[in-house]
Ligand binder design. Sequence first.
Ligand SMILES: Cc1cc2nc3c(=O)[nH]c(=O)nc-3n(C[C@H](O)[C@H](O)[C@H](O)COP(=O)(O)O)c2cc1C
Length: 202
Amino acid sequence: MIYQSAQLDAMEQRYRAAFVNSLSGFKAANLVGSCDADGQYNLAIMSSVVHIGSHPPLLALVLRPDDAKQHSLQNILSQKHYTLNHVSEDIFKAAHQTAARYPKEISEFDAVGLDTQQLADFPAPFVKAAVVKLGMLLRDHKKLEINGTHLIIGEIVLACVPDSIIGDDGSVDIGAANTVTLSGLDSYYSTSRLARMPYAKP
Ligand SMILES: Cc1cc2nc3c(=O)[nH]c(=O)nc-3n(C[C@H](O)[C@H](O)[C@H](O)COP(=O)(O)O)c2cc1C
C-alpha cells in the first residue's frame, strides 16, 4: 500500500506515531544522564542521537517539544553537561523503563535499578553498566520552528570505551559491546555485522 500525505494525516494519532517512528530505519539506543542544579539525577532513553561531525566531535539529539515536562531538556539547557550511555543487551529492559514519566524528585537510576558512575570529575552521571559512555558538553541549541522540537548539539568531551573493542584504525566494534539498536519506540534488536567494506572509490 502506498501512503500519501492525506493517509498519513488521517491516521489515528498513536497509530501514526508508531508508523512514522518506524520509518527512519534502525536507530541508536542511548540513555541520557543529566542532573539539575541541586544534584538531582535524571536518566531517559533516547533514540534520536545522530553524528554531526568528527572534528570537533559532535552528536545531535532531538528532544520532544513538551518543555515543561522534559527533565532531560531542562537539565541539559541549565547545566550544559550530560552523558550518553549505549544501551546493551543486558540493560535494555531497565533502559526502556526510564521512558516512564517519573516525578522530578525520583531518579530513574534508582527507579529502574541502574547504578550511577562518576568519571573524571564529569558533572553529569554515567550508567555504570553501559560499555560505551560519553560525556557531552552542550554547544548549540535550536528550537525547530516546524514542530517545536529541540535540536541539541553536544561535543563529546569524554569517551569511555574499552580498549578491547577499539580496532587498529580507530573504529569501535559496538557489536562486541553488545550495543542494541532500536526500531520505533519499543522494538529492540541485537546486531550481527555482515561485513566491513573497503573505502568506496569511483
Ligand atoms: C525507545 C524510546 C526512544 C525515545 N527517544 C526519545 C528521543 O529521541 N527524544 C525524546 O525527547 N524522547 C524520547 N523518548 C521519550 C523519553 O524517554 C521520555 O519522554 C522520558 O520520559 C523523558 O524523561 P525526562 O522527563 O526524565 O527527560 C523515547 C522513548 C522511548 C521508549
